[in-house]
Design a protein around this ligand. Structure first.
Ligand SMILES: *Cc1c(COP(=O)(O)O)cnc(C)c1O
Length: 369
């Protein structure tokens, strides 16, 4: 397929970044800095500073970051973790695999956790609440904090899609005990492979995570407990450190592209679009994705494809309808409805303005505008 607008465009990304990245890659390899070296420490420091967090711990991926946190918090049988079913499976799997029971709340019109339902969802068994800042938009963290405090639960933010987003002037990922990030290539800040991080203000927790990610090692020879191998490769850290320096500009560009979509798609009968970048004074969204919803979803996907526009349906089957997970007792009508109606339009910094216009024109034609 010869796409006019690709959903992500790794070849174009590499073409643009090659002059900066090649010397960094060459230098890191030539020095032999492959595992747990200064490039990783520098990246962890810069990432924490960017997010206004005290400490950063690089890990192999976001899922492993959650796994280390579940271990550090000693989550186990009898515990409940409260989150949403409209998220990547990895938000809850590390907790379920330790024996905890997932408890789901439904979502609101902006596709995020409906925090009004939290009061009924939490119990004295609730160990962790995991808000997911999906699509680059922050969950109402005041409501989450209130629900957590009512039962003494810990809050961990799944910020895999929201690095740099803010809520009430505070960065996503600074509200809970810790937050986790994914550097999967398609994320806002992507590696050339897998990668992730945990951010926290808790020094003791950060030190614990540093040991857990490296076999429980304190020093080369000294082990202070059972651990894992969940290190972030030094080469990926060097690449990520360069890309982090570019992230503020990239976030601005994403917000510009969202504004352009917003201007061209607002007011179409039968199509719902995300909250615009200037519409919510309480939030600064970073537009990891640009999801739209319509009753004609599958036909719109085909129509766009015929016009050379690649789209993505992240989760066509809601998590609680996945056979084999044993979650069939949940009834989440708004999550279920969204999974049938949602599709994501192309959203990445390599997009040119004309490509947004091409996508928007195609969508407008579909709706007879
Ligand atoms: C990508 C993603 C993850 C998992 O990240 P990995 O780095 O692939 O483990 C978790 N949660 C959300 C919301 C994500 O988008």
């Amino acid at each position: 397929m010869d796409w006019r607008v690709r959903f992500v465009d790794y070849p174009e990304q590499w073409r643009r970044q090659r002059p900066e990245l090649l010397p960094i890659i060459e230098d890191t390899i030539a020095r032999g800095d492959l595992m747990l070296r200064q490039q990783l420490h520098a990246f962890e420091e810069h990432l924490a500073a960017f997010n206004h967090s005290a400490r950063g711990v690089g890990v192999s991926n976001c899922t492993d970051g959650l796994r280390l946190l579940a271990h550090a918090l000693d989550v186990g049988p009898g515990d409940e973790v409260v989150s949403v079913a409209h998220t990547f499976i990895a938000t809850v799997s590390p907790f379920v695999l330790r024996g905890a029971k997932p408890v789901f709340v439904d979502i609101g019109p902006d596709h995020l956790m409906d925090t009004a339902q939290l009061a009924d969802a939490v119990t004295e068994r609730t160990k962790v609440i995991i808000p997911v800042h999906l699509n680059g938009r922050t969950v109402d963290m005041h409501a989450v904090a209130k629900a957590a405090a009512s039962v003494g639960a810990t809050v961990i933010e799944d910020a895999a899609q929201a690095l740099g987003a803010t809520f009430d002037g505070r960065t996503a990922g600074t509200f809970g005990l810790a937050s986790t990030y994914s550097f999967y290539p398609a994320k806002l800040l992507g590696a050339l492979g897998d990668g992730g991080a945990v951010l926290t203000d808790d020094q003791e927790l950060a030190n614990r995570l540093l040991r857990l990610r490296d076999h429980g090692r304190v020093q080369k020879a000294e082990i202070d407990g059972w651990g894992y191998n969940c290190r972030l490769d030094n080469l990926q850290a060097a690449i990520l450190d360069y890309r982090l320096s570019q992230l503020p500009g990239w976030i601005e560009r994403r917000r510009e592209l969202a504004r352009r979509y917003d201007e061209r798609l607002r007011g179409i009968d039968g199509l719902q679009i995300p909250v615009g970048p200037d519409a919510d004074p309480q939030r600064r969204d970073v537009y990891q994705n640009y999801p739209v919803t319509t009753d004609e979803r599958d036909r719109l996907v085909e129509h766009l494809r015929a016009d050379g526009v690649e789209t993505l349906i992240s989760w066509p089957i809601p998590m609680h309808h996945q056979r084999g997970l044993g979650l069939e007792n949940w009834y989440l009508p708004r999550t279920e409805e969204l999974c049938e109606r949602v599709l994501s339009l192309p959203m990445h910094v390599e997009l040119e303005d004309w490509q947004i216009d091409h996508v928007a024109d195609s969508v407008r034609r579909f709706f007879g505008e």
